[in-house]
Structures are given as C-alpha cells and as structure tokens.
Design a protein around this ligand. Sequence first.
Ligand code: FAD
Ligand code: FES
Length: 295
Amino acid sequence: MRNLDELDVTEDITRFYQPELARVIAKQRLTTMMVLLRLQLASGELLDHSPGQFLQISLPGYGEAPISFCSSPTQTQSFGLCVQAVGNLSEAMHELRPGDFVGVRGPYGHGFPIEQMRGRDILCVAGGIGLAPLRSLINYVADRRSEFGRMILVYGARTPAERLFKDDLATWDARDDFETLYTVDNPSEDWTGRIGVVTIPLRDEVEIDPSRTTAAVVGPPVMYRFVAAELLAKKMAEDDVLFSLERRFKCGMGKCGHCQLNDLYVCQDGPVFRYTQLIGRSEAIEVWAPEDERE
Ligand SMILES: Cc1cc2nc3c(=O)[nH]c(=O)nc-3n(C[C@H](O)[C@H](O)[C@H](O)COP(=O)(O)OP(=O)(O)OC[C@H]3O[C@@H](n4cnc5c(N)ncnc54)[C@H](O)[C@@H]3O)c2cc1C
Ligand code: FES
C-alpha cells in the first residue's frame, strides 16, 4: 500500500487520490441497518492497518466516505468493514455481493496508540456502531492477550436487536480473561441483561486501577462528555482517555481542511485523540452534546 509520507503535493497528488480496487469476499447482515463486509485488495497486497484507522471507500456514481476497520490487523488475509445504511454510498454498499469491487484509499489516520497501550489494562467503552472500530482493538488484544493487562468492555446498544457482532459478544463474554458488561436502553420482552445507558454499568460496576488503565471510547457524540466525566471520577488521567471523533471527510489525508477542528485535522491527527488534545477545543465534544440531546 502506498505510504502517505511519500506524498509530494506538487507531483503526486493525483496518484494519492487514486483508489485501489478491493473485492468483496463475504457479506453478513448484522442488523437491519448494518452489514459486515469482508474484503481483499484485488492486487493481492496486504493492508497493514492499526485498530482505529479508516479507509476512504468509493463506488463510482455513489461517492466516497470514511469507514473504520472493524477487523484486527492480526487477521492479515482480508479486512472487515461494518457499514450502516445512512445515505448514498452506504446504501449502495448494502447491495454489494461477494465478487463485487469497491475503491479503497488508505489506511489513513492515527488509530489507537497500541505501543503505549501494551502492558496496560484496556477499558473499552462502546456505544452503538462505535463497537465496530473497537472490535478491531478488542480482537487485537484477544490475539495478543499476554501483551496486555485486564480487558474490560462496556457496550451499550439502543435495543437487543441493534446489538452488533452478537457472535463476538458471546465469545468475549465466555472468556475468563475478558470482563464484559453489556446493556441496552430499551429492552425486548426476552432481554435478561442490563438496562440503561452505558454510563450506568461504567459508573456502578467497573473498578479500575487508574494508574495502569487506558480507556478507548467510541460511540455517538452525545455519549462522550458523560463517559469522560465517569472516567475522570474514577481518577483516570485525561491523557489515558482516548476518543475517536467523526467529521465529514473529503480527502481523508490532511489536504482539504474539510474536517478541521480548530488547529487539528480530524482525518490526519485523529480520528483517535487523547482527551487532553480535545480540552479547550469546544467543538470537539461540547457542541455535539447539546442540552436537548441529554437524557
Ligand atoms: C473516521 C470515521 C470512521 C467512520 N467509520 C464508519 C464505519 O465504520 N461504518 C459506518 O457505517 N460509518 C462510518 N463513518 C461514517 C460514514 O463515513 C458516514 O456516515 C458517511 O457520510 C456515509 O456516506 P453516505 O454517502 O452513505 O451518506 P451521506 O450521503 O454522506 O449521508 C449520511 C448522513 O449525513 C447527512 N449529510 C449529508 N451531507 C451532509 C453535510 N454536508 N453535512 C452534514 N450532514 C450531511 C445525510 O443527511 C445523512 O443523514 C465513519 C466516519 C468517520 C469520520
Ligand atoms: S478530510 Fe481533507 S483535511 Fe481532513
């Protein structure tokens, strides 16, 4: 895969915007709104991504958008993308079948700082579709289990039917070396698990050693300030709290300014940021959690 560091804007910009072809090799419907696609580069090259990074995905006539890897880089023969049908491109991606092709650019962005997380306890807090990028990290930790401390996952979905990756949820829950806390906002009649937003089990049931814990948080923007408050109440350092941000991207590689957040480019400096980087950048979290969106 081409290395973004090689980019010479005057000579190579077209080359770097040029997508490569990737073939869909498997498709699985996860919920009414979500499909999981497994892909391989048509060139046979392997993608070398980090958990938390994304690809710019394109389909001629439908556009281009960033989609996070939901597979671990330890799985090298193919990569996974979990797509929610919300608009032009993503709805067209729901119609893809094995054998079809998409355009891909990337991997782009700064994902989770794996090297600095090694040896530490990992606390993942996922809301809704936020489980997709975190699945990449969680399965990385699962495949390199001895290199990390505790693995704690707190996952909240709106309803039991909207829970993603139900097979993975069961697998992680069954592991002795994973601590899982799953909750839903609106239970179905047959739901026997926790009820309530993700911050409730996080606050009431998760005990951590803040000095050795890194938290990775991905979910709807409204969740972030409340999760941050709970983590800081547990005496976590702001530097050890990681958030993945979403913005509307165009180039995806720090050239167009479309995703700018004050002096940061979300696509290039993120999408994963330490909470420390976001403090004082009021648009990062606060504007996304207006009073009327809170429970
Ligand atoms: C780093 C990153 C990772 C992501 N990972 C994933 C992922 O793993 N899976 C996934 O499903 N999605 C992911 N997304 C979100 C995805 O890129 C967007 O939902 C994308 O817009 C979908 O493209 P589309 O053409 O299908 O929808 P669009 O046509 O772009 O429409 C999507 C929604 O945005 C609204 N919209 C359209 N134009 C604008 C505008 N100019 N300003 C504001 N709102 C507008 C539309 O009304 C619609 O509600 C990620 C985004 C980022 C930034
Ligand atoms: S999307 Fe172009 S700079 Fe981020």
